[in-house]
Design a protein around this ligand. Sequence first.
Ligand SMILES: *Cc1c(COP(=O)(O)O)cnc(C)c1O
Ligand code: SF4
Length: 347
Amino acid sequence: MITRSPANVQIASDLSPPSSSSSAPAWQRQLAEVVRDPVELCRRLGLGESALPGARDGHALFEVRVPEAYLSRIRPGDPDDPLLRQVLPLVAETDAVDGFVADPLEEADHTPRRGLIHKYAGRVLLIASPACAINCRYCFRRHFPYQENSPSRAQWQATLDYLRDDTSIQEVILSGGDPLAASDRQLAWLVARLEEIPHLKRLRIHTRLPVVIPARIDDALLEWLGSSRLQKVVVLHANHAQEIDGEVAAACARLKAAGVTLLNQSVLLRGVNDRVSALADLSERLFEAGVLPYYLHVLDPVSGAAHFDVPDEEARSLVDALRDRLPGFLMPRLVREVPGAASKTPL
Ligand SMILES: *Cc1c(COP(=O)(O)O)cnc(C)c1O
Ligand code: SF4
């Protein structure tokens, strides 16, 4: 999710390939059936020929990947739809722009174990799955095709030993990719091992899956998550109110009923949510679904995403104007990720 992992963090995961067999859970079938063809995406949304060259060129750099549940929320025939902008490649992705690089963050020093990033006090990030259900065009990961390797239990054991040995760690954050792309069997196993470590208090999950495939929040997931002794936080990733339809709200309600605290992080994106009204509507819609805004990230300068950039000055004045409209508890914190810093950096 938005806590991205550098290229040289090896993935600690034994993610099974998505299955389309009828015995698989509904969410896994939806994951196996995501739209991966840029021409199909344009055709399904009634976009004209002019969208095709960009869609094809961008797809060659970072493949198109759109779940049906997300596609259904995009207005057909509108090239400026804020959800479409997040998934449809534009010709601009192929432009080289000064300052936008393949690897804007350098975090290699903080990976004491395979798939584990320990940068901030009291909390660590575990890469629980390299896969994502959706490919967001602005993503920092777009240049890192994670190999889907299957580390052994012994490698997980080394991570668990690290957590057991450092009693200052109170919180484990499952990240990726998208950690909820892993199977419930794998996640239940991992969480059971974490629960055995007495000084761990909190389990946090950074995921976009409940937004893009709300069927992911099914009984099997609620069983291992709801029964955990750890305090549970799920940090969603939605950037626009239109992403949160009735199914997403229902998935949020299921998580809440299982005792999960729900937060959201967004990225400030040109043409998606770079207006005060869009940001206000997002906060309001999130709260209707039982979710509090947490972070609003400025874009990482990753090559291919420069057309999404909103300059710092504009970001600050947008957030100042937002403060005039919203109650304080609906205000996201505007932050940037600075390599080497011990926390997210407020703007
Ligand atoms: C963002 C991030 C976290 C979580 O930071 P919070 O401010 O607690 O949300 C933890 N570890 C790493 C490496 C991160 O990038
Ligand atoms: S869900 Fe989107 S933004 Fe998050 S890691 Fe996957 S591609 Fe990147």
